[in-house]
Design a protein around this ligand. Structure first.
Ligand code: HEM
Ligand SMILES: *[C@@H]1O[C@H](CO)[C@@H](O)[C@H](O)[C@H]1NC(C)=O
Ligand SMILES: *[C@@H]1O[C@H](CO)[C@@H](O)[C@H](O)[C@H]1NC(C)=O
Length: 328
């Protein structure tokens, strides 16, 4: 390719990103950022992610959730991966992050990427790519184009999570406002909530829906009562901190549109899931996303939007050598 053609393509991809990425900030991301600086990077990340998910399917949900919790707190800057410095707890030690796992997979990927291209590929991009690849593994093809060029942040404090990650008990207004503060709209909120088609939740995330919900020894009326009785048996009081429940019953390892089916049957596990039916527009989107094709397309678009939240690009931040510690 001649150099002016190459430049033209670069400009074009900037325009495309600028036109579609409505996530707050994020206009510096491009497709295939490492094409020149580390050509093997994306395939290497995909191969390692796929081999890990092949041996442990539960990792798919974990990798997806790490990227989400990273992006919602100070942007997608891999601050979720940092260990604490001194006495101040870091983001991953904060209450909403207690159940996150899979960090060792990111370490393994980073180690191998560093061997091939030292100091080039950011931890934040590894998170975005491995989240996509984890979800894509069963399909054996990338489900959306991850834009890259993120750089890594240099601070991480548990207190930064305050108010930035929606509660499992959030109502629609809470959810809409929090997503809007990240540059994400109701389409994004509903599509991204479809991530709960994979993975698990601990009893504590939903058991208050099951017992004495309004003080009349009742259940949350927005929960299917038969399903609620089943959940009571799995999660009796006092709540066992270790018990987990599939968010999409019988299909929690498969990335499909099933979340939206069960949601309409009042079997969404979290109050925040059920809340998506309490707003007219949001409920309409839930019904639209019943089609797998529509859901996959919408999910990809919204993941690109989420992956652009307040990213560091250019000369901001750094390319961490070890995802758990900032460069000295
Ligand atoms: C809309 C607001 C959201 C709320 C209130 C919420 C809340 C939760 C809660 C409480 C859990 C269970 C944690 C546990 O008890 O172990 C969970 C799990 C999960 N969430 Fe969300 N979430 C939201 C949005 C998202 C988004 C946007 C994504 C990704 C795009 C996501 C991906 C996941 C995944 C994959 C799991 C399963 C993790 C695993 O199996 O290890 N969630 N979420
Ligand atoms: C949603 O919850 C907030 C508190 O977090 C409350 O102030 C508000 O009234 C609730 N909205 C609805 C529609 O219930
Ligand atoms: C249910 O809630 C009400 C009101 O908060 C309380 O008076 C009652 O003791 C509770 N019942 C149980 C079984 O905890």
């Amino acid at each position: 390719m001649k150099s002016h053609q190459f430049l033209f393509l670069i400009c074009l991809s900037f325009i495309v990103v600028g036109a579609t990425g409505h996530g707050k900030g994020g206009y510096g991301l491009v497709r295939n950022f490492y094409r020149r600086s580390c050509p093997p990077a994306e395939n290497l990340i995909r191969d390692i992610t796929w081999s890990k998910v092949r041996s442990n399917a539960a990792l798919g949900a974990r990798l997806l959730r790490i990227h989400y919790h990273d992006c919602f707190v100070k942007g997608c800057d891999a601050s979720i991966l940092l260990n604490r410095v001194g006495n101040d707890p870091s983001e991953k030690e904060a209450r909403p992050n207690f159940a996150l796992s899979g960090f060792d997979v990111i370490d393994d990927i980073k180690t191998q990427v560093e061997k091939v291209c030292p100091g080039v590929v950011s931890c934040a991009d590894i998170l975005a790519l491995s989240a996509r690849d984890a979800v894509s593994y069963p399909f054996q093809r990338p489900m959306w184009d991850v834009l890259t060029g993120r750089r890594d942040g240099r601070t991480s404090l548990a207190s930064d999570t305050n108010g930035n990650l929606p509660s499992a008990f959030a109502n629609f207004t809470n959810l809409q406002q929090l997503f809007a503060s990240k540059g994400l709209n109701v389409n994004d909120l509903v599509a991204l909530s479809g991530a709960h088609t994979i993975g698990v939740a601990h009893c504590g995330a939903f058991s208050r829906r099951l017992f004495n919900f309004t003080g009349k020894d009742d259940m949350d009326p927005s929960l299917d009562p038969i399903y609620g009785e089943q959940l009571k048996k799995i999660c009796p009081l006092p709540t066992n901190a270790a018990t987990i429940v599939e968010m999409d019953p019988h299909s929690s390892l498969s990335f499909d549109k099933n979340y939206f089916n069960i949601l309409l049957k009042k079997k969404g596990l979290l109050q925040s899931d059920a809340a998506l039916l309490t707003d007219k527009k949001s409920a309409r989107i839930v019904r639209q996303l019943q089609s797998p094709r529509t859901f996959f397309r919408a999910f990809g678009i919204s993941m690109i939007n989420m992956g652009a939240i307040e990213v560091l690009t250019g000369t901001n931040g750094e390319i961490r050598r070890n995802c758990r510690v900032i460069n000295s």
